[in-house]
Design a protein around this ligand. Structure first.
Ligand SMILES: Cc1cc2nc3c(=O)[nH]c(=O)nc-3n(C[C@H](O)[C@H](O)[C@H](O)COP(=O)(O)OP(=O)(O)OC[C@H]3O[C@@H](n4cnc5c(N)ncnc54)[C@H](O)[C@@H]3O)c2cc1C
Length: 341
C-alpha cells in the first residue's frame, strides 16, 4: 500500500495501516520538500469533542477520548488540557451532540446560557437566549509533534518512508516517483491542499490564519464564537492566539505567508467578543497555512471515481487536528476491506 503525503493525515494513516497489516506492506511518501509549509506545521492544534455537525462531533470526540486515555499519545502530542467554550449560533440545537459527548467523554460537556459563560470569562455580553457548550476536558496539541510520533512509530514497525514527492497517481494503481513507476495494491492520496494536483475531483483550498497577540487571557481556554467565527486560546504566558475564518478560497498549497488584511477582521471580532474598548494591539507574530476542503464532511477516506484502488484521505477543512486520530482509524478499516477484496 502507498500513502502519499506525510502530514498529520497521511502519517497517522500509515501508522494505522502498519498496525493492521504490518509495517513492511506500507510505503509512506513524505513529500519532504513541502512538508515544512503544510497545514500540520501551521496548525493551532485546538482539540475538543463538540462540533455542530454530528459526524464531525463523533470523530472529534473519539479522537479526544483516545488522546486522553493513551499516555504515550498524550505525551507525544504535547496535549495541554484546558476547558473549551463554544458559543453557538441561536438556531443550533446541540442535543444529539451533547448526548454523544456524554457517551464518549463522560460528562465533560454542558450547555450553559452564553451570558453566564461570558461573565465567568470576563467577555462582552452575549445576545439574550443564546447558549454555549462548555467542555471541561479539551485543550490543544502540537499536531507537528503528533505527526513525528506517528512517523517514528510507523518506521519502527517497518513502514518504508520516501522523502520524494509523488508526481502522478494512475489506475493500476501506480505512483510515479522520480520518473519511476511503482505498483501498489492500494494508493491513498493524503496530500492535503496538494491533493488536487494528483487527483481530479472537487477539492478546494482555503487559507487558515491566526495571530499571537500580547494579551493575557489565561481563563479563556479554547474559544469558538460561531457568530463572528472568532477562535482562540491562551498561548504561553501573556499571549493569546486569535483568528477568524478567512475567505481566501483557492489559496496556493504551501503558501504560509500571513496576509495582513486579516488582522483588521480579527481585531474587530476580538473587540466585539472579548469586550475591548479600542482596537486589538498588533500580533507579536502570525501563522498561516492552506488546508483542503471537500464538498461534504471533513477528513475522510473517499474512493476516487473510475480509478480502482485509489483513495483520497484529505479534507481537513481547517479542523482535522481534532479528528485525525479517529478518522485515520476508520480509514484504515476501509483500506483493509479494499485490500481483502
Ligand atoms: C493555520 C492553521 C491552523 C489550524 N488550527 C487548527 C486547530 O486549532 N484545530 C484543528 O483541529 N485543526 C486546525 N487546523 C487544521 C489541521 O491542522 C489540518 O486539517 C491538518 O493538519 C491537515 O493535515 P493533512 O495531513 O491533511 O494536510 P497537510 O498537513 O497539509 O499535509 C499534506 C502533506 O502532503 C505532502 N505532499 C504534498 N504533495 C505531495 C506529493 N506530491 N507527494 C508526497 N507528499 C506530498 C506535503 O508535504 C504535506 O506534508 C489548522 C490548520 C491551519 C493551516
Amino acid at each position: 500500500m502507498a500513502v502519499v503525503g506525510g502530514g498529520l493525515a497521511g502519517s497517522l494513516l500509515a501508522l494505522r495501516l502498519a498496525e493492521r497489516f504490518g509495517g513492511p506492506s506500507v510505503d509512506l511518501y513524505l513529500g519532504a520538500a513541502t512538508q515544512g509549509r503544510d497545514a500540520t506545521v501551521a496548525s493551532g492544534g485546538m482539540v475538543r469533542g463538540f462540533e455542530t455537525d454530528l459526524d464531525e462531533c463523533r470523530l472529534a470526540a473519539d479522537s479526544l477520548a483516545e488522546l486522553r486515555r493513551d499516555p504515550a499519545l498524550t505525551h507525544a502530542s504535547g496535549y495541554q488540557e484546558s476547558p473549551s467554550h463554544y458559543f453557538l449560533r441561536p438556531e443550533v440545537d446541540p442535543d444529539h451532540q451533547l448526548a454523544l459527548l456524554d457517551d464518549v467523554l463522560g460528562g465533560s460537556a454542558r450547555l450553559l446560557p452564553a451570558g453566564q459563560v461570558a461573565r465567568t470569562l470576563g467577555l462582552a455580553a452575549r445576545p439574550e437566549g443564546t447558549f454555549a457548550v462548555v467542555e471541561q476536558h479539551a485543550g490543544h496539541i502540537r499536531p507537528d509533534a503528533l505527526r513525528s510520533y506517528a512517523i517514528t512509530r510507523a518506521v519502527a514497525s517497518g513502514v518504508r518512508t520516501h522523502h520524494e514527492a509523488v508526481t502522478s497517481v494512475e489506475a493500476g494503481p501506480t505512483v510515479t516517483v522520480d520518473g519511476m513507476v511503482r505498483h501498489h495494491d492500494v494508493v491513498v492520496v493524503a496530500a492535503g491542499a496538494w491533493s488536487s494536483a494528483l487527483l481530479s475531483g472537487s477539492m478546494r483550498t482555503r487559507r487558515i490564519q491566526y495571530g499571537v497577540y500580547p494579551l493575557a487571557r489565561p481563563r479563556l481556554g479554547c474559544l469558538v464564537d460561531d457568530m463572528s467565527t472568532l477562535y482562540g486560546r491562551p498561548w504561553g504566558t501573556g499571549s493569546t492566539l486569535l483568528g477568524v475564518a478567512t475567505s481566501a478560497w483557492g489559496a496556493a498549497p504551501g503558501d504560509n505567508r500571513p496576509d495582513p488584511a486579516y488582522e483588521g477582521p480579527a481585531s474587530e471580532a476580538a473587540r466585539t467578543v472579548l469586550g475591548f474598548d479600542g482596537p486589538l494591539p498588533p500580533p507579536r507574530w502570525s501563522a498561516a497555512g492552506v488546508d483542503c476542503f471537500a464538498d461534504h464532511g471533513g477528513l475522510r477516506l473517499r474512493s476516487v471515481e473510475n480509478v480502482s484502488g485509489v483513495f483520497s484521505f484529505t479534507g481537513g477543512a481547517g479542523s482535522a487536528a481534532k479528528s485525525a486520530l479517529a478518522s485515520s482509524r476508520l480509514a484504515a478499516v476501509t483500506v483493509c476491506e479494499a485490500v481483502d477484496g
